[in-house]
Write a protein that binds this ligand. Structure first.
Ligand code: 5RP
Length: 231
């Protein structure tokens, strides 16, 4: 008997079907992406697919290498065919909150470099309004971070919390930066305006709002089925 895949696994398997031989692939970050990488590795082995992956994090690069997925970088392949990545929230306009795993800056660079952006999610991530179930991650440089945090609070009307490790130290991204997780009491009313306002603040490296980037969403279900949403 074949086990029913978890919702995240089902989404990862579905996205792996988008891959064709010769593709240059962006590889996102997170637990859902791990399932995609496993499914991709299986297809590479069984079907002799020739692909090159560009990773959005050290964590993903390590897993890809372990699974035998060839890895390169944007210097060698500045334009990619497809990126498959997870998300923390997806709204009806295909706008996203990302950065739960702290990889938002590289994820956004890779998404912008990709002809197609596929998002894989399990259940409970589709929302009517962004910022209602998840805090908005904002990557900031460590220098002057208290000043930057206060500017983020003033510009957004949110309460920003510095992300910390279990040991109570600031969480440091692959880029050597910090993350503010911003709480919006009523969710995010105008994501485009907020993105523009936060992006202007000195010290802000990237905002975890992915607007106008996502092309297709695979949402795994409890019964192992997958809902596909095309933008
Ligand atoms: C990492 C991300 C992840 O894609 C997002 O947090 C979803 O993670 P998961 O698939 O583990 O639920 O944006 O920066």
């Amino acid at each position: 008997m074949v086990d029913t895949p978890s919702p995240k696994q089902a989404a990862g398997i579905a996205a792996a079907q988008l891959v064709q031989t010769g593709m240059k692939l962006g590889l996102g970050t997170g637990t859902t992406v791990a399932f995609f990488l496993e499914a991709l590795a299986e297809r590479i082995e069984k079907e002799n697919l020739e692909v090159i992956g560009v990773s959005t994090s050290v964590q993903t690069a390590e897993l890809a290498e372990k699974l035998g997925i060839p890895i390169s970088d944007l210097e060698e392949y500045p334009a990619l065919d497809l990126v498959v990545d997870g998300a923390d929230e997806v709204d009806p306009e295909f706008r996203l909150i990302k950065g739960g795993g702290g990889a938002l800056l590289r994820e956004k660079i890779v998404a912008a470099a990709s002809a197609k952006v596929a998002i894989i999610i399990g259940t409970g991530k589709r929302v009517e309004r962004l910022g209602t179930t998840f805090l908005l991650p904002v990557e900031i440089i460590p220098f002057g971070y208290v000043t930057t945090r206060d500017c983020v609070a003033n510009a957004s009307g949110s309460t920003p919390y510095l992300r910390t490790t279990e040991e109570g130290q600031p969480f440091v991204t692959d880029n050597g930066n910090y993350i503010l997780d911003c709480k919006f009491e009523q969710g995010i009313a105008n994501a485009e305006q907020l993105h523009a306002d936060l992006s202007q603040i000195p010290g802000v490296a990237e905002v975890g709002l992915f607007l106008n980037l996502c092309d297709i969403v695979f949402e795994g279900q409890d019964d192992g089925q997958v809902i596909t949403l095309n933008r």
